[in-house]
Design a protein around this ligand. Structure first.
Ligand SMILES: [Zn+2]
Ligand SMILES: [Zn+2]
Length: 215
């Protein structure tokens, strides 16, 4: 996710926790970024859980900057992880907090400003009156096909480079070759096989056709 850097804000700050920290840290464009990331208007689409992390990293970054702590690339992400990840030992967490404190970062205040995914959700739906439109069946199919297409392309690319590498090392011999990736789905009810592309196009197995005939 890129940092929000827009100057247009849809609303003046609201009264909720996100509005409050947005004012406190002078996050311009945070609301726009949240809406775009949530609805998928931006290139990527993020869950409210991921967006909470996005907000919290910005809180941490702003606090580090306010304390004049030089921030190296990736350091905000790492420090945030050390403060919040369940896999980090309590010793490491205490040490991280102590170091931040020593650098002049008001860590207790920063942590109390961290938001939950529920807060992000409420801010988006209540304060910003945004809702996620349910994708249509067609959009879901398109997305599914896109995802599988990308996966198949990737499998083909990795296969090609693996074969090429083995051939370069004289471990394997083959002429000019062509890799085709095809995924087969078999209906356990009637044992009919489909390529996944066929199945997506058809929308149902031959044996279930009458059941899933929804328009
Ligand atoms: Zn709000
Ligand atoms: Zn079937």
């Amino acid at each position: 996710m890129t940092d929000q850097n827009r100057s247009t804000e849809p609303n003046a700050s609201c009264g909720c926790k996100i509005g409050r920290i947005s004012t406190q840290y002078e996050f311009s464009g945070l609301d726009t970024a949240l809406i775009e990331y949530w609805t998928g208007e931006a290139d990527d689409q993020y869950s409210t859980r991921e967006l909470a992390t996005y907000v919290n990293r910005q809180v941490l970054e702003a606090a580090l900057e306010a304390a004049d702590v030089p921030v190296k690339d990736g350091e905000v992400e790492n420090t945030y992880r050390l403060l919040t990840d369940d896999d980090v030992s309590s010793g490491t967490r205490v040490q991280t907090r102590n170091e931040l404190q020593r650098d002049g970062v008001p860590i207790e205040q920063v942590e109390s400003n961290f938001v939950s995914h529920q807060t992000v959700y409420n801010h988006l739906t209540d304060c910003l009156e945004t809702s996620l439109e349910e994708p249509s069946d067609e959009e879901r199919l398109d997305r599914g096909a896109e995802k599988l297409g990308a996966l198949q392309n990737r499998t083909a690319a990795v296969t090609t480079s693996t074969v090429e590498q083995l051939e370069r090392n004289d471990i394997l011999t083959i002429g000019d070759f062509n890799v085709v990736v095809s995924v087969t789905v078999t209906c356990e009810d009637c044992l009919q096989e489909y390529t996944v592309r066929e199945l997506l196009e058809q929308g149902s197995c031959q044996c279930h056709e009458s059941h899933s005939d929804h328009h």
